[in-house]
Design a protein around this ligand. Sequence first.
Ligand SMILES: Nc1ncnc2c1ncn2[C@@H]1O[C@H](COP(=O)(O)OP(=O)(O)O)[C@@H](O)[C@H]1O
Ligand SMILES: [Mg+2]
Length: 322
Amino acid sequence: MSEELLWIEKYRPKTLDEIVNQEDIIRSLKRLIEEKNMPHLLFTGPPGVGKTATALAFVRELYGEEWRNNVLELNASDERGIDTIREKIRERFAKTLPLGDIPFKIVILDESDAMTSEAQTALRRIMEIYARNIRFILTCNYSNRIIEPIQSRTVVLRFLPLEKEHVIKRLNYIANNEKVKIDEQALETIFDLSNGDLRRAINLLQSASLFGEVTSEVVYKVAGAVKPREVKAIFDSLIKGNFESARDAVLKMLFNDGISGTEIIYYLYREVYRLNVPDECKLNLIEVLGEYEYRILEGSSEEIQLNSMLAKMQLILKNYSK
Ligand SMILES: Nc1ncnc2c1ncn2[C@@H]1O[C@H](COP(=O)(O)OP(=O)(O)O)[C@@H](O)[C@H]1O
Ligand SMILES: [Mg+2]
């Protein structure tokens, strides 16, 4: 698919005013634009909440038409190591003076928490060497993976997960514009499956639209997600003592639907909270889920571990139903 055809690109906000749900951050950035000055910035927050879009809208508004000549956009997880980053900065920026009336250029380094701490230490040095004429905007999902010397040299802006009304409003807007029919329930399902990640939500909408009218069913299908109903059925079987039916359902997810063991555990974990059992029973179940997630991550056979986990959960549920 070419970039134009991807809705996340087509509907990427072009201005700061189009960024939703991050009002405090947008206000601070607008102030920096007025002052034509800025410290290094660190944008942190979950995926798909507008960090990259905000960085790009910011530099556009700061430099106007000339923005491309003043901005170097790098992705820390694509670029091969800090040497490439250093080279690119030197090539593009170090020699030429900034254009226009703003005395610095900007390097946007996306997903900087993908860098090793050695690379970050080298980055910090680059930041110091060019401190006079280059400002950095770093983005990351986890600010605690950024070394302290960088954190202390940047102003940290924390992006919030998007609220439901914003996600649904945006999806509706795109669906209208693309002449896609979608019902209310499908919109809710997309929101549930995307957890405030608008990139994922828009991608789900686009994939689902390939099947014609977008319904909840289709969304689950393209997401490769398990329906809450199927997960609940597993617990119902265990509560009734019907181990085989619970096991068959789990193995179907694992082998037919291609859902990984840890994902299955995550779905069960979410369902535990909705079960109609005493809190103590829920705690015991969660402890078991945590233990088996760990075992699977350590590399034990998914099938055997999931079976053993179901057996253990059935025993717990039996104890509490007496
Ligand atoms: N706060 C937001 N306001 C408007 N659109 C958003 C917002 N967050 C995400 N989006 C949409 O989701 C896509 C991905 O956003 P992006 O800025 O790349 O997320 P991040 O960098 O936080 O992972 C954008 O192209 C845009 O269409
Ligand atoms: Mg990003």
